[in-house]
Design a protein around this ligand. Sequence first.
Ligand SMILES: [Zn+2]
Ligand SMILES: [Zn+2]
Length: 391
Amino acid sequence: MGDLDRRIDSILPDVVEWRHDLHAHPELAFEEKRTAAFIAERLTSFGLEVHTGRAGTGVVGVLRCGNGPSIGMRADIDALPIEEAIGLPYASRHSGRMHACGHDGHTAMLLGAARVLAEARPKEGTFVFIFQPAEENEGGARVMVEQGLFSRFPVDAVYGAHNWPGLPCGHLAVHAGPVMAAFDTFEATIEGKGSHGAMPHQGVDPITIAAQLQIAWQTIVSRSVSPTDAAVISVTQIHAGDTWNVIPDKLVLRGTVRSFDPQVRDLLEAKMAQRADKICAALDASCRFVYQRRYPATINSVAEAGTARRAAALAVGGDRVVTDRPPSMGAEDFAFMLEQKPGAYIWIGNGPDAGGRNLHSPHYDFNDTALPHGIRYWVRLAETICIGAAT
Ligand SMILES: [Zn+2]
Ligand SMILES: [Zn+2]
C-alpha cells in the first residue's frame, strides 16, 4: 500500500461521516446555506484560503503551492425535491428533499482531496476547489461563471466528476469528447376554439392538433436529423380539458430536447417552432411556442481528457479505466465551465443500479465504497498536472 492509500485510509472515517452528515441535511438549489457553512468550516480547518457567497451559496477554497499550473476541481453541492424512501441510519431529516444524485458524495470526496493535498503541499501549483450550488435545473455553474469565477480564480483547466450507477465501483469512465447532452425545454400553447364534445365542427379542437404536432415533432429526429447524430425530443406534459363532453379552447404541451452538436440543436429548435406554427395555422388554431436553451452539451477537451485518463489509471489501475462508454443524454451544468476553460468531466463507478439505485430515484444512495477512489482520482489528477508541467 502506497503513502497516498495509507493517507486516504486514515481520513476515510471522517469523509464517510461528512458524507452522511450532508446526506442527512439536503438543501435545494441556491438554498445550500448549511452545506456551504459545513464546507467552509472544513476548508478553513485544512488551512485553505476560503471564499464564500460565490453565486449565493457557492464556496471556493484555494491552496497555493507556488508557481506552476492552476487547476480547478469542481463538486456540486445541491439536493433534489424528492421524498427519500430507503430508511438509512443517516436518512434525510428534511421532508421532501434528498441527496438523490450523490452530490453529498461529490462534496465529501472533494473535501477529502483538499485535505490530503493541503497536508501533502505539492511543491508547485495552485489548486482551486470549487463547491458549486444549484446543479439541478438552476444552472449554478452558469451563475458562478457569469459572476467572474475564472477571472477571480484563474485556472488553466477545470475538472469535474459525477458518480455513475451501473459502472462498477472502483472503475472510472473518461470520454475524449462529448460526455453529457445539451438540455433544452419547450412549451407550446395551442389556442383553438372550445365547443360541445358532441359538436366538434363548431369549434377548433386543440387536442387533435396537439396529437398531430407531437407526431410531427417526433419525425424531426427520425427524418431530419442525420442517423449518426444523437437527438431526443420528449413531450412530457399535456394539459387540457376538465370534463368528458367539452372540447377545451386551449392546450399546453411541454417537454425536453437533448442533443450534442450545436448545429443539430439549432435544427431541432427551428423545425419544432416551424411545425408548431404551420400545423396549428393549417388547422385553424394559433400557437405560442417558447424554446429555452438551458445547458450546453458537456464536451471534454481532448488533451485534458488524456490528462484525466492518466490520472484515473494512476488512481484505480489502467484496466479499470473505461473509455468506450457512449455519452449520456442526461445533462450537466459543468458544461458552462467547459465553455470557458479546457477540461474534463469523468464518471466514478457507483456500483449496481438494480433496485432503483439510479440517479434521481427515491431509492438511490451514494456508494461510500466509491469515496476513496474519487479522492485518489482528484489527488492523482493534481499530481499528474503538476509533475507533467515540471518535466
Ligand atoms: Zn442530478
Ligand atoms: Zn448530479
